[in-house]
Design a protein around this ligand. Structure first.
Ligand SMILES: [Zn+2]
Length: 69
């Protein structure tokens, strides 16, 4: 049975709604896909590092408040 479900997603670059059946999915156009490739290449997306920084802040905060009281 053919899968013809259309997921409603947004282009990660310009936030325009994109259908999963579009030729440039998940981007709305070839232009946005090229922009996204450039972001990856230049290191604009560094998701693991962001998570590491968040964990470090949570570990440090309790010690700081303990010293103050
Ligand atoms: Zn776009």
């Amino acid at each position: 049975m053919p899968r013809k479900r259309t997921l409603k997603l947004r282009c990660p670059i310009c936030k325009k709604p994109v259908k999963s059946g579009d030729a440039e999915f998940p981007f709305c156009s070839d232009r946005c896909r090229t922009i996204d490739l450039g972001k990856w290449a230049s290191g604009a997306y560094v998701i693991p590092s962001v998570e590491d920084a968040d964990e470090q802040i949570r570990e440090v905060t309790p010690e700081d408040s303990d010293e103050e009281s």
